[in-house]
Ligand binder design. Sequence first.
Ligand SMILES: Nc1nc2c(c(=O)[nH]1)N[C@H]1C(S)=C(S)[C@@H](COP(=O)(O)OP(=O)(O)OC[C@H]3O[C@@H](n4cnc5c(N)ncnc54)[C@H](O)[C@@H]3O)O[C@H]1N2
Ligand code: MOO
Length: 418
Amino acid sequence: MSERVDVEQHRADVAELLAGLAGRPAEEVSVHEGALGRVLASDVVAPGPLPRFRNSQMDGFAVRAADVASAGPGAPVTLPVVGDVAAAPGEPAPLEPGTAVRIMTGAPVPAGADAVVPVEDTDHVTFNGVRDDAAQHGSATQVEISRGRQTGEFVREPGSDVAEGAVVLRAGTVLAPHHVAAAAACGIARLPVRVPVSVAVVSTGSELVAPDDEPGPGQIWDANGPALAAAVVAAGGQVGLRLAVPDDPEVVRTGLERAAALCDLVLTTGGVSQGAYEVVKDALPEVTFRSVAMQPGGPQGLGQFAGKPVLAFPGNPVSAQVSFVVFLRDLLRQAGGLPPVRQVPAVLDAVVLSPAGKRQLLRGRWVDDADDAGARVAVVGGPGSHLVASMAAADVLIDVPAAATRLDEGAEVITWPL
Ligand SMILES: Nc1nc2c(c(=O)[nH]1)N[C@H]1C(S)=C(S)[C@@H](COP(=O)(O)OP(=O)(O)OC[C@H]3O[C@@H](n4cnc5c(N)ncnc54)[C@H](O)[C@@H]3O)O[C@H]1N2
Ligand code: MOO
């Protein structure tokens, strides 16, 4: 290792290296698919008013409010029913004074009508199953209205939800189903979103086989490739290339050239420590390799290769994932327009011992208990960087400061949600 730095120094150096990833360009996605979780690149304005036209909020009768003003219990107003308007294409004829039309929810309110009386407030009671009023109802051509309505009641005016030209979705919105609904309702079929950072995820190690292959003697399944690819996507990035390469510097360099050509950022795992076959170190003399005072995730590399930033994470699967959380997750999120993941204060459920001089990121799990002492967290698994299955039981990383050698039960700690 050429140098030893603390965690904050390495975080700052990575942030500087990746500064160019900010200010993503925009592209369009369809509201039909692929919009969820994407980040709006600019404000979206309504191309027209919503609702598009005056329509009924209730199944009932469109009337002039003045015609039914006197209606009340025991004193109904009777009006002739001169038509039927469904929520269907077309424009109804204007309503003559002193008449009513049967109208369904969402149907255009005829010109001249200014209120809708719900069917429950008439002698028709319900329209269920009654498709043709004239044929089915004894008094089909008239309606008794037992409750007066104000002008505008149960009439949805054009633009009352959003006016033409008004902002319906703000830049920076992380698109969720209710945003998609608003866009679709406004007739906006395509949305401008930020182009995600494209990341090449490169696993190194001659011992690796894919999780769907059969390992031979001395071989293991590649956990880092799938894990970091998932982490990239969870942080709003996209995986531009996935590679698993053996411990051959020539092969690694060729693979990384392809990765740099295709992607905005190259991420490697393995081959950065003190062994005889540290392939990433050997393949990338232009990159800085250093020891960061943390565990897991001590050995780290960062630099430029073929014009693209490269981060070299250690190979142990816990180390690789912790490195992602501590050094890359928020930068990737920020570049894509997502907010950083908030750290959460907690109190320890039991004593924690820690070696001096190295910040520990222990795996922790929330402890359910009823008292109000704050969120309690317990350590899960041991400190070993190979304990990948134990990590799967964790909710957070518990941040133990480098200076601490012992933290008592009840001590306050900061946690990083996983
Ligand atoms: N003499 C020393 N040895 C080690 C030191 C040290 O300072 N001096 N540091 C240790 C620490 S800390 C770590 S972390 C590892 C980092 O090693 P490398 O980054 O060089 O990674 P590898 O040697 O290639 O692999 C380490 C370990 O992880 C397994 N591995 C690698 N890639 C994957 C993968 N994609 N999926 C699952 N498992 C993977 C690999 O088989 C090894 O068991 O070095 C320590 N040694
Ligand atoms: O510090 Mo190494 O990074 O995992 O155990």
